[in-house]
Ligand binder design. Structure first.
Ligand SMILES: Nc1ncnc2c1ncn2[C@@H]1O[C@H](COP(=O)(O)OP(=O)(O)OP(=O)(O)O)[C@@H](O)[C@H]1O
Length: 378
Protein backbone atom coordinates (compact mmCIF):
# COMPACT_ATOMS: atom_id res chain seq x y z
CA UNK A 1 0.00 0.00 0.00
CA UNK A 2 2.79 2.36 0.68
CA UNK A 3 4.84 4.00 -2.01
CA UNK A 4 8.01 3.71 -0.02
CA UNK A 5 10.64 1.80 -1.93
CA UNK A 6 12.02 -1.23 -0.23
CA UNK A 7 15.71 -1.61 -0.81
CA UNK A 8 16.60 -4.40 -3.17
CA UNK A 9 13.12 -5.21 -4.33
CA UNK A 10 11.34 -3.76 -7.32
CA UNK A 11 9.02 -0.93 -6.41
CA UNK A 12 6.02 0.50 -8.17
CA UNK A 13 8.00 3.53 -9.10
CA UNK A 14 10.89 1.58 -10.49
CA UNK A 15 8.98 -0.60 -12.82
CA UNK A 16 9.80 1.47 -15.88
CA UNK A 17 12.52 3.56 -14.45
CA UNK A 18 15.51 2.66 -16.57
CA UNK A 19 17.42 5.89 -17.20
CA UNK A 20 18.06 6.89 -20.80
CA UNK A 21 21.81 6.59 -20.35
CA UNK A 22 21.60 3.20 -18.70
CA UNK A 23 24.85 1.25 -18.63
CA UNK A 24 25.45 -1.87 -16.67
CA UNK A 25 29.14 -1.24 -16.10
CA UNK A 26 29.58 -1.20 -12.38
CA UNK A 27 27.12 -3.96 -11.81
CA UNK A 28 28.51 -7.32 -11.20
CA UNK A 29 26.56 -9.04 -13.90
CA UNK A 30 25.97 -12.71 -13.93
CA UNK A 31 24.54 -14.53 -16.89
CA UNK A 32 21.16 -12.94 -16.16
CA UNK A 33 21.65 -9.83 -18.21
CA UNK A 34 24.18 -8.73 -20.73
CA UNK A 35 24.31 -5.46 -22.58
CA UNK A 36 25.58 -5.75 -26.09
CA UNK A 37 27.57 -2.98 -27.65
CA UNK A 38 25.10 -2.87 -30.48
CA UNK A 39 23.97 0.34 -28.78
CA UNK A 40 27.01 2.19 -29.96
CA UNK A 41 28.52 0.10 -32.71
CA UNK A 42 25.51 -1.42 -34.35
CA UNK A 43 23.29 1.62 -34.27
CA UNK A 44 21.93 0.72 -37.64
CA UNK A 45 20.76 -2.61 -36.36
CA UNK A 46 19.35 -1.30 -33.11
CA UNK A 47 17.33 1.50 -34.58
CA UNK A 48 16.05 -0.64 -37.42
CA UNK A 49 14.99 -3.24 -34.96
CA UNK A 50 13.27 -0.71 -32.76
CA UNK A 51 11.53 0.77 -35.78
CA UNK A 52 10.25 -2.63 -36.70
CA UNK A 53 9.11 -3.13 -33.16
CA UNK A 54 6.98 -0.03 -33.18
CA UNK A 55 5.63 -0.31 -36.66
CA UNK A 56 5.01 -4.00 -36.91
CA UNK A 57 3.92 -5.35 -33.55
CA UNK A 58 1.76 -7.98 -35.11
CA UNK A 59 4.75 -9.44 -36.92
CA UNK A 60 6.28 -10.32 -33.60
CA UNK A 61 3.94 -13.21 -33.23
CA UNK A 62 5.44 -15.07 -36.19
CA UNK A 63 7.81 -17.72 -35.12
CA UNK A 64 9.33 -18.69 -38.42
CA UNK A 65 11.97 -17.76 -40.93
CA UNK A 66 9.75 -15.13 -42.49
CA UNK A 67 9.92 -13.03 -39.39
CA UNK A 68 11.20 -9.50 -40.16
CA UNK A 69 13.65 -10.06 -37.36
CA UNK A 70 15.13 -13.04 -39.13
CA UNK A 71 16.80 -10.80 -41.70
CA UNK A 72 17.83 -8.32 -39.04
CA UNK A 73 19.47 -11.07 -37.15
CA UNK A 74 21.34 -12.16 -40.23
CA UNK A 75 22.67 -8.69 -40.82
CA UNK A 76 23.60 -8.02 -37.25
CA UNK A 77 27.27 -7.69 -36.54
CA UNK A 78 28.87 -9.88 -33.97
CA UNK A 79 28.45 -8.39 -30.54
CA UNK A 80 31.45 -7.88 -28.33
CA UNK A 81 32.00 -6.99 -24.74
CA UNK A 82 31.49 -3.64 -23.08
CA UNK A 83 33.25 -4.77 -19.96
CA UNK A 84 36.76 -5.33 -18.79
CA UNK A 85 38.74 -8.51 -18.79
CA UNK A 86 37.75 -9.32 -15.24
CA UNK A 87 34.55 -10.48 -16.67
CA UNK A 88 32.51 -7.84 -14.87
CA UNK A 89 30.46 -7.60 -18.02
CA UNK A 90 30.64 -10.67 -20.16
CA UNK A 91 31.37 -10.75 -23.84
CA UNK A 92 28.34 -11.39 -25.93
CA UNK A 93 29.38 -13.46 -28.88
CA UNK A 94 26.43 -13.87 -31.15
CA UNK A 95 27.45 -16.12 -33.99
CA UNK A 96 25.80 -15.47 -37.29
CA UNK A 97 23.13 -18.02 -37.78
CA UNK A 98 21.77 -19.38 -40.96
CA UNK A 99 18.05 -19.28 -41.45
CA UNK A 100 18.13 -23.07 -41.34
CA UNK A 101 19.66 -23.01 -37.87
CA UNK A 102 17.08 -20.49 -36.69
CA UNK A 103 14.34 -22.67 -38.04
CA UNK A 104 15.67 -25.68 -36.17
CA UNK A 105 16.01 -23.59 -32.99
CA UNK A 106 12.48 -22.32 -33.03
CA UNK A 107 10.84 -25.54 -34.13
CA UNK A 108 12.55 -28.14 -32.03
CA UNK A 109 13.88 -26.38 -28.98
CA UNK A 110 11.36 -27.52 -26.41
CA UNK A 111 13.32 -25.98 -23.58
CA UNK A 112 12.77 -22.42 -24.85
CA UNK A 113 10.88 -20.47 -22.18
CA UNK A 114 7.28 -19.67 -23.02
CA UNK A 115 7.71 -15.91 -23.38
CA UNK A 116 10.56 -16.13 -25.82
CA UNK A 117 9.03 -19.01 -27.74
CA UNK A 118 5.90 -16.99 -28.39
CA UNK A 119 7.87 -13.77 -28.97
CA UNK A 120 5.71 -12.05 -26.39
CA UNK A 121 6.44 -8.65 -24.98
CA UNK A 122 8.31 -9.52 -21.85
CA UNK A 123 9.44 -8.13 -18.57
CA UNK A 124 12.97 -8.61 -17.41
CA UNK A 125 14.61 -7.62 -14.18
CA UNK A 126 17.68 -5.44 -14.19
CA UNK A 127 20.47 -6.07 -11.71
CA UNK A 128 19.23 -3.16 -9.57
CA UNK A 129 15.84 -4.84 -9.18
CA UNK A 130 13.92 -2.61 -11.59
CA UNK A 131 11.59 -4.26 -14.09
CA UNK A 132 11.78 -3.20 -17.72
CA UNK A 133 9.49 -4.02 -20.62
CA UNK A 134 10.97 -5.13 -23.91
CA UNK A 135 10.11 -6.80 -27.17
CA UNK A 136 11.80 -10.03 -28.11
CA UNK A 137 13.56 -9.67 -31.41
CA UNK A 138 15.10 -13.09 -31.57
CA UNK A 139 15.87 -16.08 -29.41
CA UNK A 140 18.93 -18.18 -29.75
CA UNK A 141 19.67 -21.00 -27.39
CA UNK A 142 19.37 -19.67 -23.88
CA UNK A 143 19.51 -16.02 -24.87
CA UNK A 144 17.03 -13.55 -26.26
CA UNK A 145 17.69 -10.26 -27.95
CA UNK A 146 15.36 -7.64 -26.51
CA UNK A 147 14.50 -4.25 -27.90
CA UNK A 148 13.64 -1.57 -25.37
CA UNK A 149 11.64 1.60 -25.70
CA UNK A 150 14.64 3.88 -26.27
CA UNK A 151 15.86 1.72 -29.14
CA UNK A 152 18.44 -0.01 -27.01
CA UNK A 153 19.04 -3.70 -27.45
CA UNK A 154 19.92 -6.12 -24.69
CA UNK A 155 20.91 -9.73 -24.68
CA UNK A 156 19.05 -11.47 -21.86
CA UNK A 157 19.02 -14.96 -20.47
CA UNK A 158 15.68 -16.26 -21.81
CA UNK A 159 14.87 -18.01 -18.56
CA UNK A 160 14.64 -14.70 -16.75
CA UNK A 161 11.96 -13.36 -19.11
CA UNK A 162 8.50 -12.95 -17.67
CA UNK A 163 5.57 -12.63 -20.10
CA UNK A 164 3.76 -9.29 -20.23
CA UNK A 165 0.01 -8.91 -20.71
CA UNK A 166 -1.53 -7.46 -23.87
CA UNK A 167 -2.27 -3.73 -23.79
CA UNK A 168 -6.01 -4.39 -23.68
CA UNK A 169 -5.59 -5.64 -20.10
CA UNK A 170 -3.88 -2.45 -18.90
CA UNK A 171 -5.55 -1.23 -15.71
CA UNK A 172 -8.03 -4.08 -15.16
CA UNK A 173 -9.82 -3.59 -11.85
CA UNK A 174 -9.29 -7.17 -10.69
CA UNK A 175 -5.83 -8.69 -10.93
CA UNK A 176 -7.47 -12.06 -11.51
CA UNK A 177 -8.34 -10.84 -15.01
CA UNK A 178 -4.70 -10.70 -16.04
CA UNK A 179 -3.63 -13.44 -18.43
CA UNK A 180 -0.19 -13.54 -16.87
CA UNK A 181 -0.21 -13.09 -13.13
CA UNK A 182 3.37 -12.33 -12.27
CA UNK A 183 5.14 -9.72 -10.14
CA UNK A 184 5.92 -7.09 -12.83
CA UNK A 185 2.43 -7.40 -14.35
CA UNK A 186 0.82 -6.89 -10.94
CA UNK A 187 3.05 -3.90 -10.17
CA UNK A 188 2.47 -2.41 -13.60
CA UNK A 189 -1.30 -2.76 -13.29
CA UNK A 190 -1.35 -1.17 -9.84
CA UNK A 191 0.86 1.67 -11.02
CA UNK A 192 -1.27 2.20 -14.12
CA UNK A 193 -4.38 2.59 -11.97
CA UNK A 194 -2.66 4.62 -9.28
CA UNK A 195 -1.50 7.17 -11.88
CA UNK A 196 -5.16 7.70 -12.74
CA UNK A 197 -6.23 8.09 -9.10
CA UNK A 198 -7.72 4.61 -9.06
CA UNK A 199 -6.17 3.68 -5.75
CA UNK A 200 -8.27 0.56 -5.18
CA UNK A 201 -7.80 -2.70 -7.07
CA UNK A 202 -9.23 -6.12 -6.38
CA UNK A 203 -7.22 -9.32 -6.16
CA UNK A 204 -10.13 -11.74 -6.01
CA UNK A 205 -11.76 -11.24 -2.62
CA UNK A 206 -8.94 -8.99 -1.34
CA UNK A 207 -8.93 -5.23 -1.84
CA UNK A 208 -5.57 -3.60 -2.48
CA UNK A 209 -5.41 0.09 -1.55
CA UNK A 210 -2.49 2.31 -2.40
CA UNK A 211 -2.11 5.43 -0.29
CA UNK A 212 -2.62 8.44 -2.58
CA UNK A 213 -1.12 10.91 -0.05
CA UNK A 214 -3.49 13.51 -1.49
CA UNK A 215 -7.19 14.22 -1.57
CA UNK A 216 -8.91 11.97 -4.08
CA UNK A 217 -12.53 12.43 -5.04
CA UNK A 218 -13.68 8.92 -4.23
CA UNK A 219 -15.65 9.52 -1.05
CA UNK A 220 -18.77 11.28 0.16
CA UNK A 221 -22.51 10.85 0.00
CA UNK A 222 -22.71 10.42 -3.77
CA UNK A 223 -20.30 7.52 -3.63
CA UNK A 224 -22.02 6.02 -0.59
CA UNK A 225 -25.31 6.13 -2.47
CA UNK A 226 -23.76 4.60 -5.60
CA UNK A 227 -22.29 1.65 -3.68
CA UNK A 228 -25.45 1.20 -1.68
CA UNK A 229 -27.49 0.94 -4.87
CA UNK A 230 -24.71 -1.09 -6.51
CA UNK A 231 -24.67 1.32 -9.43
CA UNK A 232 -20.90 1.60 -9.00
CA UNK A 233 -19.04 -1.68 -8.87
CA UNK A 234 -15.46 -0.50 -9.09
CA UNK A 235 -13.19 -1.65 -6.26
CA UNK A 236 -13.60 0.44 -3.12
CA UNK A 237 -13.58 0.18 0.68
CA UNK A 238 -17.27 1.03 0.46
CA UNK A 239 -17.86 -2.08 -1.66
CA UNK A 240 -16.04 -4.34 0.81
CA UNK A 241 -17.92 -2.82 3.75
CA UNK A 242 -21.21 -3.09 1.93
CA UNK A 243 -20.61 -6.80 1.28
CA UNK A 244 -19.73 -7.40 4.95
CA UNK A 245 -22.88 -5.60 6.04
CA UNK A 246 -25.14 -7.50 3.62
CA UNK A 247 -23.66 -10.86 4.53
CA UNK A 248 -23.98 -10.14 8.22
CA UNK A 249 -27.68 -9.40 7.81
CA UNK A 250 -28.33 -12.22 5.35
CA UNK A 251 -26.41 -15.00 7.12
CA UNK A 252 -26.65 -13.66 10.66
CA UNK A 253 -22.93 -14.23 11.06
CA UNK A 254 -20.40 -11.81 12.48
CA UNK A 255 -18.00 -10.37 9.93
CA UNK A 256 -14.39 -9.22 10.19
CA UNK A 257 -12.47 -6.85 7.95
CA UNK A 258 -8.73 -7.13 8.37
CA UNK A 259 -6.77 -4.06 7.35
CA UNK A 260 -3.08 -4.75 7.06
CA UNK A 261 -0.06 -2.91 5.71
CA UNK A 262 3.19 -1.26 6.64
CA UNK A 263 3.37 1.91 8.71
CA UNK A 264 1.96 4.87 6.82
CA UNK A 265 0.16 2.65 4.32
CA UNK A 266 -3.22 4.11 5.26
CA UNK A 267 -4.77 1.50 7.56
CA UNK A 268 -6.24 3.97 10.05
CA UNK A 269 -7.69 6.16 7.30
CA UNK A 270 -9.12 3.11 5.56
CA UNK A 271 -10.78 1.95 8.79
CA UNK A 272 -12.31 5.42 9.21
CA UNK A 273 -13.61 5.40 5.63
CA UNK A 274 -15.23 2.01 6.24
CA UNK A 275 -16.78 3.23 9.48
CA UNK A 276 -18.15 6.29 7.73
CA UNK A 277 -19.84 4.02 5.23
CA UNK A 278 -21.32 1.91 8.02
CA UNK A 279 -22.49 5.04 9.78
CA UNK A 280 -24.19 6.21 6.58
CA UNK A 281 -25.86 2.81 6.13
CA UNK A 282 -26.71 1.83 9.66
CA UNK A 283 -27.23 5.23 11.21
CA UNK A 284 -30.29 6.68 12.79
CA UNK A 285 -29.82 7.11 16.52
CA UNK A 286 -26.72 9.27 16.23
CA UNK A 287 -24.53 6.76 18.03
CA UNK A 288 -22.55 6.18 14.84
CA UNK A 289 -21.21 9.73 15.05
CA UNK A 290 -20.27 9.19 18.71
CA UNK A 291 -18.21 6.21 17.58
CA UNK A 292 -16.48 8.20 14.87
CA UNK A 293 -15.71 10.95 17.37
CA UNK A 294 -13.62 8.53 19.44
CA UNK A 295 -10.95 8.53 16.73
CA UNK A 296 -9.35 11.91 17.53
CA UNK A 297 -9.35 11.08 21.25
CA UNK A 298 -7.63 7.76 20.71
CA UNK A 299 -5.19 9.35 18.29
CA UNK A 300 -4.36 12.10 20.80
CA UNK A 301 -3.22 9.49 23.32
CA UNK A 302 -1.93 6.73 21.12
CA UNK A 303 -0.35 8.35 18.09
CA UNK A 304 3.10 9.78 17.51
CA UNK A 305 5.12 11.25 14.69
CA UNK A 306 7.55 8.76 13.15
CA UNK A 307 9.85 8.83 10.14
CA UNK A 308 7.20 7.03 8.11
CA UNK A 309 4.04 8.68 9.29
CA UNK A 310 3.29 12.02 10.95
CA UNK A 311 0.29 10.48 12.67
CA UNK A 312 1.37 6.93 13.36
CA UNK A 313 -0.78 4.73 15.60
CA UNK A 314 1.46 3.23 18.21
CA UNK A 315 -0.93 0.45 19.16
CA UNK A 316 -3.16 -1.96 17.34
CA UNK A 317 -6.90 -1.46 17.38
CA UNK A 318 -9.77 -3.89 17.49
CA UNK A 319 -13.00 -2.06 16.82
CA UNK A 320 -16.23 -3.93 17.28
CA UNK A 321 -19.38 -2.32 15.98
CA UNK A 322 -22.59 -3.85 17.21
CA UNK A 323 -25.74 -3.88 15.12
CA UNK A 324 -29.34 -4.52 15.92
CA UNK A 325 -31.18 -7.19 13.96
CA UNK A 326 -32.48 -4.55 11.59
CA UNK A 327 -28.95 -3.47 10.74
CA UNK A 328 -28.86 -0.26 12.82
CA UNK A 329 -25.71 0.52 14.81
CA UNK A 330 -26.42 -0.12 18.47
CA UNK A 331 -23.01 0.27 20.09
CA UNK A 332 -19.30 -0.24 19.78
CA UNK A 333 -16.29 -1.47 21.67
CA UNK A 334 -12.80 -0.29 20.88
CA UNK A 335 -9.81 -2.16 22.27
CA UNK A 336 -6.18 -1.39 21.87
CA UNK A 337 -4.10 -4.45 21.18
CA UNK A 338 -0.94 -5.60 22.86
CA UNK A 339 1.58 -7.90 21.34
CA UNK A 340 0.20 -11.12 22.90
CA UNK A 341 -3.30 -10.41 21.74
CA UNK A 342 -2.00 -9.71 18.27
CA UNK A 343 -0.27 -13.04 18.14
CA UNK A 344 -3.52 -14.71 19.11
CA UNK A 345 -5.44 -12.89 16.42
CA UNK A 346 -2.89 -13.79 13.83
CA UNK A 347 -2.86 -17.47 14.65
CA UNK A 348 -6.33 -18.31 15.98
CA UNK A 349 -8.72 -18.37 13.05
CA UNK A 350 -11.57 -19.52 15.27
CA UNK A 351 -11.58 -16.05 16.79
CA UNK A 352 -12.87 -14.76 13.50
CA UNK A 353 -15.75 -17.20 13.56
CA UNK A 354 -17.43 -15.62 16.52
CA UNK A 355 -20.53 -17.39 17.68
CA UNK A 356 -23.92 -16.07 16.69
CA UNK A 357 -25.15 -13.54 19.11
CA UNK A 358 -28.24 -11.43 19.35
CA UNK A 359 -26.41 -8.33 18.24
CA UNK A 360 -24.02 -8.93 15.39
CA UNK A 361 -20.56 -7.57 15.17
CA UNK A 362 -18.35 -6.22 12.45
CA UNK A 363 -14.81 -5.94 13.70
CA UNK A 364 -11.89 -4.14 12.16
CA UNK A 365 -8.50 -5.41 13.00
CA UNK A 366 -5.74 -3.05 12.03
CA UNK A 367 -3.00 -4.40 14.15
CA UNK A 368 -0.98 -7.03 12.35
CA UNK A 369 2.06 -4.84 11.89
CA UNK A 370 1.88 -3.64 15.47
CA UNK A 371 3.48 -6.94 16.36
CA UNK A 372 6.51 -5.92 14.37
CA UNK A 373 6.48 -2.41 15.89
CA UNK A 374 6.33 -3.76 19.42
CA UNK A 375 9.16 -6.16 18.74
CA UNK A 376 11.22 -3.28 17.38
CA UNK A 377 10.48 -1.14 20.43
CA UNK A 378 11.27 -3.83 22.99
N1 LIG B 1 -7.42 7.25 1.34
C1 LIG B 1 -6.57 8.24 1.62
N2 LIG B 1 -6.71 9.43 0.98
C2 LIG B 1 -5.84 10.44 1.24
N3 LIG B 1 -4.81 10.35 2.10
C3 LIG B 1 -4.63 9.20 2.76
C4 LIG B 1 -5.49 8.08 2.57
N4 LIG B 1 -5.07 7.08 3.35
C5 LIG B 1 -4.00 7.56 4.02
N5 LIG B 1 -3.73 8.84 3.67
C6 LIG B 1 -2.62 9.69 4.16
O1 LIG B 1 -1.59 8.85 4.69
C7 LIG B 1 -1.33 9.19 6.04
C8 LIG B 1 -1.00 7.93 6.81
O2 LIG B 1 -2.16 7.12 6.90
P1 LIG B 1 -2.51 6.26 8.20
O3 LIG B 1 -2.21 7.03 9.43
O4 LIG B 1 -3.89 5.75 8.01
O5 LIG B 1 -1.45 5.08 8.06
P2 LIG B 1 -1.34 3.78 8.97
O6 LIG B 1 -1.20 2.63 8.04
O7 LIG B 1 -2.45 3.72 9.95
O8 LIG B 1 0.04 4.07 9.67
P3 LIG B 1 0.57 3.58 11.11
O9 LIG B 1 0.67 2.09 11.02
O10 LIG B 1 1.92 4.23 11.20
O11 LIG B 1 -0.38 4.06 12.12
C9 LIG B 1 -2.59 9.90 6.52
O12 LIG B 1 -2.28 10.80 7.56
C10 LIG B 1 -3.07 10.61 5.29
O13 LIG B 1 -2.37 11.83 5.11
Amino acid sequence: MSQKKVEGSPSLQSIKSLPVDFRIAGYSTSDRIMLSNTISENVEFSSDAAQETTNGRSKLGSDNDESPYGSLVMSAKNETSLGDEDGDVKAVETPKQTSKQLHVDSKWSDTTPYASKKKLQSWFQLPDGNWELGTILRTSGNESLISMSEGKVLNINSETLVPANPDILDGVDDLMQLSYLNEPSVLYNLQYRYNRDMIYTKAGPVLIAINPFKKVSLYGSDYVEAYKLKSDESPHVYAITDTAMREMIRDEVNQSIIISGESGAGKTETAKIAMQYLAALGGGSGIEYEILKTNPILEAFGNAKTLRNDNSSRFGKLIEIHFSETGKISGAKIQTCKIYLLAVFMYSPELFNLRREKGHIISFISCVLELHKSLEKN
